[in-house]
Every structure is written in C-alpha cells, then in structure tokens.
Design a protein around this ligand. Structure first.
Ligand code: DGP
Length: 113
C-alpha cells in the first residue's frame, strides 16, 4: 500500500535488516530494540492490524506464526520469548501494518502492560 512504512520496507524502498522472508512473510530487526533480540514479523499483504485480519488468508496468518517459531529458534531463544501485536491507539500501535514483535534474549517483566 502506498505510504505504508512497512510496505516500503518489504519493497526495499526503505532499508532494513532482514532476518527472514517467504512468499507470505517478511521479518526484520526493529529500529528501536527493546530487548537483545527484537524482530518484527509482518505479512507481505497489507493488513492494517489485528482488527483487520478478516482481510488476510488463513495461509498468511499461519505463515506469520510459523515464521515466528522458526526465527525464534534461529535466534537461539531457548529460554523463551514474548510475541506482541499492538492493535490500535489504546495499544499504542504506531505503524498501521499488522506486525508481531518477537522480544527475547532477556527476562521479561511478569506484567503485560
Ligand atoms: P508498534 O508501536 O507496535 O506499532 O511498533 C512499531 C515498531 O516499528 C516500533 O517498535 C519501531 C519500529 N519501526 C518504526 N519505523 C521503523 C523503521 O523504519 N525500520 C525498522 N526496522 N523498524 C521501525
């Protein structure tokens, strides 16, 4: 989608540190890491947020989840990791293209918010 930051990253118009891609998914390191490992997993197809996943195919959604598992394993996150998808203003979503944060490499707080 025109003017979508993450669509521009997928297209290579904005540089990123890619860690994984397949026909449905693109994944890259977050520009402002909140943990030693902080990776964003996004569908190639522009979907604005979790609130719009009816626009995604089951294959696209499954591909995102399978990519998360694969990337976490590749990154050596044996002690675990957190997966976060901020949806809308109450969750402080800042980029309106569905994305899953993988956070790992340190102990996470036991509070979600
Ligand atoms: P959220 O707040 O959940 O919408 O997360 C958006 C994330 O996107 C945030 O952690 C920072 C990251 N981000 C924003 N702009 C860029 C960029 O140009 N490159 C990369 N690699 N990450 C970005």
């Amino acid at each position: 989608m025109e003017n979508c930051l993450f669509c521009k990253i997928i297209a290579g118009e904005i540089p990123s540190t890619k860690v994984y891609e397949d026909e449905n998914v693109f994944a890259f390191r977050d520009i402002n890491p909140q943990a030693p490992v902080h990776i964003l997993v996004i569908p190639r197809h522009h979907i604005s947020s979790m609130a719009a996943i009816d626009e995604a195919t089951d294959a696209e959604l499954a591909a995102c989840l399978r990519a998360i598992r694969l990337i976490a394993a590749r990154e050596g996150l044996k002690e675990g990791y957190r997966v976060v998808s901020n949806c809308g203003p109450h969750a402080c979503q800042s980029v309106p293209h569905l994305h899953f944060h993988i956070l790992g490499g340190r102990q996470m707080a036991d509070q979600m918010a």
